[in-house]
Design a protein around this ligand. Structure first.
Ligand SMILES: [Zn+2]
Length: 78
């Protein structure tokens, strides 16, 4: 059961901080086991949390979204 939302069809989003158009792309993380998870606070082993994206067979997790290089903000979809 893979639930996936991406930014296909969305040209850009204004930065929530400065309002300039953001760059489209992906945040990539490496995770062979749990995929990417959202947690409300850090724990030593990063256990629990809600899964937001699973890893592909090479252990990479891709989250599509936008970034503002000026404000260093990311806006991600999952
Ligand atoms: Zn900005």
């Amino acid at each position: 059961m893979e639930r996936r939302v991406d930014t296909d069809g969305v040209k850009t989003e204004p930065c929530p901080s400065c309002g300039k158009p953001m760059e489209r792309g992906f945040l990539v993380a490496e995770s062979l086991i749990g995929g990417a998870k959202w947690v409300e606070k850090k724990t030593r082993l990063a256990i629990r949390g809600s899964p937001v994206a699973s890893a592909d067979r090479w252990g990479n997790v891709y989250l599509s979204g936008f970034r503002c290089p000026d404000c260093h903000r990311l806006l991600l979809a999952y």
